[in-house]
Design a protein around this ligand. Sequence first.
Ligand SMILES: NC(=O)c1ccc[n+]([C@@H]2O[C@H](COP(=O)([O-])OP(=O)(O)OC[C@H]3O[C@@H](n4cnc5c(N)ncnc54)[C@H](O)[C@@H]3O)[C@@H](O)[C@H]2O)c1
Ligand SMILES: [Zn+2]
Ligand SMILES: [Zn+2]
Length: 394
Amino acid sequence: MKAVTWQGRRDVRVEEVPDPKIEKPNDAIVRVTSTNICGSDLHLYETLGAFMTPGDVIGHEPIGIVEEVGPEITDLRPGDRVVMPFQICCGHCFMCDIQLYTQCETTQVRDQGNGAALFGYSKLYGAVPGAQAEFLRVPEAQFSHIKVPEGPPDERFVYLSDVLPTAWQAVVYADVPQGGTLAVLGLGPIGDMACRVARQMGVDRVIGVDLVPERLARARARGVETLDWREHGKDLGDTVRELTGGRGPDSVVDAVGMEAHGSPVAKVAHQVTSLMPSALAAPMMKAAGVDRLAALYAAIDMVRRGGTVSLSGVYGGNADPMPMMRMFDKQIQLRMGQANVKRWVDDIMPLLIDDDPLGVDSFATHRLPLAEAPKAYDLFQKKTDGAVKMVLQP
Ligand SMILES: NC(=O)c1ccc[n+]([C@@H]2O[C@H](COP(=O)([O-])OP(=O)(O)OC[C@H]3O[C@@H](n4cnc5c(N)ncnc54)[C@H](O)[C@@H]3O)[C@@H](O)[C@H]2O)c1
Ligand SMILES: [Zn+2]
Ligand SMILES: [Zn+2]
């Protein structure tokens, strides 16, 4: 089959790889019909190469049709239409019982000290072959799937794999009080969708920050007040405080993560480690604080005293310097983590039936054949050609 493989920094290629097979009795094989590129894939593309092996199949946002199931799988059959959550989870361990699916104790990647295995996400998360491919092997298939109805096009449901639940969790974790204000840093797919979800949940005032004109315009078109980081990046906290009665927003979502603009020292560290051999770079990246923290610092600075910061943006440093005095003095609540996808599906699904209040049908800016994945990655990373969300079609 054809699949998108990681080859090196900013180098992905579509190659012929062996078709996946049922390996365990609770596996399924899915024929992928649409599969997205995520901001998280950009971390592999640029920064986390030390944890990748050339040839790794990447991707974790698929929808498709069940092709084959192992003997233990009873509630899925060939022909079923399914979306796969980006995390692999068993549905019956302690963590799954409390709906912390990204901590699943059956699939936890213990040799790396990490949570649940993820599709297509490096050694750090189990080196499981990913979903930007014609076929996907789904481990723990008794639970690691979401059945979706026939009929509407893939884009109605494909964002259940990641974007929708991630945005949903970001807003729930942000805990915006009644009548309160939410600031969203980063208006990529996750931040954009978090703004939409917040408005849908009844948050009247959402302030979005980014530096890409098309992304700012997309959010503005849906009732978000926007600030251009290129203009306000230096005094972002003061600007947002001015807009919120001098106090700051009640809640802030960081939908930027470890590759934030405006973090020059860590940017150099990223560049250096991405050029080093993996054997040297991997332990160094695990031990050091190498995240670019501009967005996180901005969130901590702008949130009002006693407010909540909700991190969706992925961070990976182990010793990032944090402004503990300010965080403690301001009495900040901080919540974070990979989205527990299936925790939120029942809340989101009604918004995908009939009407399309979140605008998923027109959310993708680019639909390209899988064969054009290298071009899609390049456009998405450079944010050129209006690229916000890329859907690949095998
Ligand atoms: N928690 C989860 O489960 C989960 C799931 C999916 C994605 N993510 C993470 O969420 C983050 C966003 O993902 P995405 O798909 O939207 O990616 P993206 O890279 O398209 O979006 C990031 C946006 O942040 C903007 N930005 C950069 N620096 C900024 C700054 N200093 N201030 C304000 N905006 C800034 C960029 O211009 C870009 O539009 C990534 O870190 C991704 O890994 C987390
Ligand atoms: Zn994703
Ligand atoms: Zn589990």
